[in-house]
Design a protein around this ligand. Structure first.
Ligand SMILES: Nc1ncnc2c1ncn2[C@@H]1O[C@H](COP(=O)(O)OP(=O)(O)O)[C@@H](O)[C@H]1O
Ligand SMILES: [Mg+2]
Length: 406
């Protein structure tokens, strides 16, 4: 056995860094975490966080690799992002005055540049060997392929952390992440891990961001504080048509990405908005409403059989990811969920309260990076850390690939 591993297992609490970059391509998130326990007893506390934005040219290169990149582009970008992920970890350590001996483990999600779940193909880049070489710290990366190897979609993986951090005995909860893509984790009151369900709800910020960027000639990277959407209006008739996209009707488990709602989709979206005579603000408002509507739709269409009115009388929907900072999006979501939810037996109306991670003692921007610190820790502990109810995998497995440090 590696002496390092013996050491790790003997510690009571572990200092773990989680690294994450999502489909928004806004930058690398790095979370410094204290992790203890495993499985049922897994606990985690955030000790520090930073987010390093991508330079515009890096962002463009990632985007073009996602769309039409060749193998050479991907291989080069893998190295470049490996350096950037390593630099983010080192910056976080410097900020907290930590040496390599103080940090026990890094969990790196990497950057997805291709995700084709139906073909069991996925590619996250940001070479972990470089992270290990620069930091000296053992790193777990490449979490998704193992789940896909046993028939899962490889996503979402954060529900494992949601279950650990946010399940409650007496309240049904939905953890709704709004990153580039939206995804929800359903945690019925008092649920065991095998009762957890999760799926992608559709676009999160991705369409809104691209519309805001395109319509302001790159002046805005996103609709800061929902300012454009607030000037709307939403084109409701168009919104109804947009909801006919086949992804929304598909039964979970399901996942999506830039392949469905990336640049090609947004170009058509903006063109159609213009054809309908909408202003830039109206187009962004309708994109915002599409995210809100698809979240509300997914809960009504697929959540009914999961939340039992006999187990709890209310649902808390906990919004996270960068979308949690968009007040217009939160308001549209609140409006669309105001009537609550009809439970599976069709007799009970369950009220829904919309909260943010901050209301639950967590950070909306840091939770996903925290989750990858937790997942990496479980990999080292040899604990199965996928959620078959979320990914559709045929069984529970230990995710990730380990690159030893030192
Ligand atoms: N103040 C804000 N107002 C509106 N949107 C915001 C704000 N802060 C962050 N965002 C949105 O959050 C996105 C980043 O969210 P994030 O959770 O990092 O997504 P991902 O996981 O896909 O990288 C930004 O692209 C932007 O759309
Ligand atoms: Mg991000």
């Amino acid at each position: 056995m590696l002496p390092w591993l013996q050491n790790y297992i003997q510690q009571e609490t572990h200092c773990v860094i989680g690294l994450m970059s999502g489909t928004s391509l806004d930058g690398i998130d790095a979370a410094l975490c204290e992790v203890a326990g495993s499985g049922d007893t897994l606990r985690a506390q955030l000790r520090g966080f930073l987010s390093v934005p991508f330079a515009p040219d890096v962002r463009e290169r990632i985007q073009s690799a996602c769309q039409n990149g060749g193998v050479e582009d991907a291989a080069r970008l893998n190295v470049e992002l490996g350096e950037l992920f390593a630099a983010a970890a080192l910056q976080l350590m410097a900020q907290h005055d930590l040496s390599r001996a103080d940090v026990h483990l890094i969990g790196s999600h990497g950057q997805t540049i291709c995700h084709l779940p139906d073909e069991r193909a996925t590619l996250q880049i940001g070479e972990p060997a470089i992270i290990v070489e620069r930091s000296g710290i053992t790193t777990v990366a490449d979490f998704r392929p193992r789940d896909m190897a046993c028939g899962g979609q490889g996503a979402p993986l954060v529900p494992y952390a949601d279950w650990c951090l946010l399940r409650r005995a007496d309240t049904h909860r939905v953890v709704q992440n709004i990153g580039g893509i939206g995804n929800c984790t359903l945690l019925p009151a008092g649920c065991a891990l095998d009762e957890v369900r999760a799926w992608d709800t559709g676009p999160g910020n991705m369409v809104m961001d691209e519309c805001a960027r395109g319509l302001t000639n790159g002046e805005r990277a996103f609709d800061q504080d929902g300012e454009m959407a607030a000037r709307g209006p939403v084109d409701e008739a168009w919104l109804a048509q947009l909801m006919e996209h086949p992804f929304f009707a598909r039964r979970p488990p399901k996942s999506t990405g830039r392949e469905d709602f990336g640049c090609t989709y947004t170009s058509m979206f903006v063109e159609e908005g213009r054809r309908r005579g909408l202003s830039a603000e109206g187009i962004v408002a309708t994109a915002t409403a599409l995210t809100a509507q698809s979240i509300a739709h997914s809960l009504r269409a697929f959540g009914a059989s999961i939340f039992d009115a006999a187990r709890a009388r209310n649902i808390e929907l906990i919004v996270g990811g960068g979308g949690a900072f968009n007040p217009m999006l939160r308001r549209m979501l609140q409006e669309r969920l105001a009537n609550g939810f009809t439970a599976g037996d069709n007799t009970h109306q369950i009220p829904i309260t919309v909260l943010t991670h901050e209301d639950c003692g967590l950070r909306s921007d840091a939770k996903e990076a925290l989750a990858f610190a937790m997942l990496a820790h479980e990999t080292i502990m040899g604990a199965a850390n996928n959620v078959p109810g979320a990914t559709g995998a045929s069984r529970r497995v230990v995710l990730g690939k380990i690159i030893p440090g030192g």
